[in-house]
Design a protein around this ligand. Sequence first.
Ligand SMILES: NC(=O)c1ccc[n+]([C@@H]2O[C@H](COP(=O)([O-])OP(=O)(O)OC[C@H]3O[C@@H](n4cnc5c(N)ncnc54)[C@H](OP(=O)(O)O)[C@@H]3O)[C@@H](O)[C@H]2O)c1
Length: 280
Amino acid sequence: MNDWNLSVEQAVEFIEWCIERGITTFDHADIYGGDHRNEALFGEALKLEPSLREKIEIVTKCAISVPNARNPHIKTRFFNTDKEYILTQVNDSLDKLQCGYIDILLIHMFDLLIDPRELNETLLQLQSEGKVKYFGLSNHSPLEFDTLQKYSDINFVTHQFMLNPLGIQNYQNGTMTHCLKEGISPMIWSPLAGGRIFKPTSAVEENMHNVLEAIRQEQGLEHLDEVIYKWIFKHSSNPVIVLGTGNKERIERAIKSAEGPELTKEQWYKILVEAGYTLW
Ligand SMILES: NC(=O)c1ccc[n+]([C@@H]2O[C@H](COP(=O)([O-])OP(=O)(O)OC[C@H]3O[C@@H](n4cnc5c(N)ncnc54)[C@H](OP(=O)(O)O)[C@@H]3O)[C@@H](O)[C@H]2O)c1
């Protein structure tokens, strides 16, 4: 949100506009905007219009330590799931968001040095204190997910990871199938490859652009983004997309993509194979 240069009043207006259209979940992380800055702008909007809080769900993340002015002792990025660190990050997020609870807290990346029993204690404490309602993971492999779940008394309710026609590794490594197995709706970040798909700069990107354009014409859709969203939505795990745009026209199109005819199986597989998936 900070990148969109919104005033607090404009942020309130944007959140209300989203709620009116059924978009009620807002995705944050302690590191977005640098050291809780995105959360702070959102928190200012909640302070200006407190009635918004009960109408929305706030997702935020922790577990990536990055060098910043508040932590001058940190010189190198690393993943940190120590109890003390997570509790500090969550308290800071609540402080910046100016609200009493987070709806879903995600562990942002898999910490190879994690003590899963300690994580379990941390999450139970956050839940019993009423600071976090639900928990999930982000960017974990199926094995990493299952390992943390095995030690956790709390069921992870979602898994957030990247998927787009320029990045299908989460089909190749079984993460999408794992969501289906676990009955989890994945939250898909970078559904449009951060916009790269619209401005191809390599032969691979150019080819995918052409494939998507051909399917757009077959389906009579207005824009390529609708083809991509429909491709993501078609999986039986019931994925949701985490939009990266603040452009209202583009957001309206994303909403529209959830309705109307789906891609055919043949169109869906065409995109997957052109993205580099080997069928046999
Ligand atoms: N869990 C994680 O590790 C993780 C990592 C990365 C991101 N995320 C989350 O996922 C969200 C979305 O990721 P993302 O920003 O990479 O999503 P994205 O939707 O793939 O990319 C958004 C970018 O695409 C551009 N774009 C959208 N529609 C376009 C169009 N029709 N033509 C040209 N450009 C277009 C947008 O520009 P405009 O703004 O001008 O529309 C924006 O710069 C993030 O905001 C964050 O909340 C999570």
